[in-house]
Design a protein. Sequence first.
Lengths: 388, 374
Amino acid sequence: MDIELSKDDLLFEAEVNAFLTENAYKKGEDANQWRMDWFAKAREKGGWDVPKWPVNFGGPGWTPNQHYVWQRATARATTPWDLPFGLSMLAPVLMAYGSEEQQERFLPDIRARKVNWCQGYSEPGAGSDLASLKTRAELSDDGSHYVVNGQKIWTTMAHIADWIFCLTRTSSDGIKQEGITFLLFPMKQDGVEVKPIITLGGTHTVNSVYFTDVKVPVENRVGEEGKGWTYAKGLLEHERSGIAGISNSIVALEGLKEKARGVKRGNGSLMDTPSFKAKIAALEVDLMAVEYTELRSLATASAGAAPGPESSILKLKGTEIQQRIQKLTMEAGGQFSAAWGGRNSGPGFARGGTGGYMNSRYYTIYGGASEVQKDIITKKVLGIKSSK
Amino acid sequence: MNFELTDEQRLVAGSIARFIQDNYDLESRIQLSSVKPGFSEDHWATMAELGWLGLPFSEADGGFGGSQIDTMVLMEQFGKGLVLEPFLASVVLGGGALKRAGNDDQKKAWLSGLIDGSKKLSLAYMEPESGDEPQNVAVTGTPSDDGYKVTGTKCMVLHGAAADAFVVSFRTSGGTADESGITLALIPADRDGLKVSGFPTVDGLQSSELSFDQVDVNKEDILGEVGEGFVPLNATINDGILAISAEAVGAMEVLYKDTAAYTQEREQFGHPLSDFQVLQHRMVDMFVEYEQCKSLLLRAVMEVAADGNDAQRCVHALKHLVGKAATFVGENAVQTHGGMGVTEELRIGHYFKRLMVIEAQFGNTDYHLDRFAA
């Protein structure tokens, strides 16, 4: 064991930082063009546009330390917006279970950020109990296509998505995990309707999606009919470790301290207030620990492989930490955090602070609620068998 | 010691509960809140007719001679309905400062209108850099021929855009954090040099910012003695804390009850959610926190109403406990409802938002624990 990064890792870090500085957004630049150029240049570096993809699919084949260096550096830099659905969730499923034809058809556009995907998982009656989903896919008599009917809910970014990867029910025989089929189809077609759901922070990121007689060619089925649950589970583990957002929290905590230093209290600042300081410190301690929990998990998982049930620990702690940062940001804004638009002399960061906190409550619910993560740890890690 | 409400108080509570049942379904509230002035003038008139706006004023001032206990009864019901009308701003804060610091002429000029609903007041004490300390006053009054010229900014003035006049704290002597040297005045909203900018808050209510540029404050506008404004201001803020704590208790009751009801309806894994012991115990904890707040609310309200020695400490203790419990109950109500909990569609999120605004109002949970321990 050695806490220091190796000489090679330090050289890599310098190279990453140079790349990020050189390709940082410059004022006046066309934002979309910059985004496309950024990913193209990252690709030229040898797969830096797809850090987690395995080498045989164009990934960089980094060591766990290199992933750590990359995460730490990119959390601090301004990088182009990116969605995890195609890149980090669907892509590993296609690599593991998709046909060669499907890999060739879908992976290049995901990699080029040309096609935005969304995830058709939760339904009104299937939240934590995802496997009880009911959206029907019926195979046509000639076996050429499925006809999909049903409703998905909490579908993040469905309103901008071009395609959806969707869990559907093709059979109700046997246990509910069987009979689930993994389908891919375009969002912009008749029979697909997207309705926004406005969350407590007043924002629109999630949606209800309705399917009425949507035709999906059989070649858009991933793997075998009825085996979708197996493919979906691995994907959830990728989602969980992504949601933890630990590097971002480290940067956000530094930002929060800076904000609190700017809030006047008596002759000093809010950071001199013992109760606030103690909460910041306790948060930092948890973050220091979870950062190493993530590194330990990175070190054991080979690149590209699903992270395993330990990802539940990261999801649990990572999202709690994100919520605590939002809560303390709201607290730092004091009464000003309640403002919802309009003129307000409080600290600039306070505007909408309560709204940000409200939206953060979602973190321990989406991607498998904390209660679900605890169930997974109970069963898969602690090996506790329930008689229920 | 007696925890029983009087017959009259029970009647008032019942009539408010009916008013809320008839008028305050979620959709109506959202509708009212989204259109100026952000509440219903009709409801306000009804509240005046039913005598609610006069509850905490003495009979000599044209009120019904009630106390903080009566305000508590009313605010707890308002909390259950998430009422939007400016009772806190106008009656508890604006009217509260006026009844404490004003002379007979001033009270005569404003209180009857306030009680009959034709006039509204608000209290302007917070400033950009005052933190949670009402004695941190940087808005300054410089002496003029007939009084003062007042300059500076007041923040988070509740329902300011709807107010006809403001009770304003400003400094006439001393340093920025001194309790002495703070003067209160009643300043009409249309006075030259005063600019009121209203904005909504995340809980669906209304707030505002006031900027004063050489605003003339005459001798007859001054409430009480020059430089002696802190004591009535602080007492008014204490009343505000009791009022929003009662409101929070009402809101928490809705949250724990809604959560218990929802978990018995919602099925996952072939069981109602309420079958899961981890959720049962969580809901018990929510209920216990609510009960604790209710107990301390009664203790603080009775102590303040009796002008007891422990009044200030009780107020700090209450605001601390309410803030802590409101966070716990609100967060767990949302978490237990899952995705539905964070949407605008269910009412629980709206109660949670109001609770988190209350948590910060008049000093947050940490601030009051610190004051309590001091």
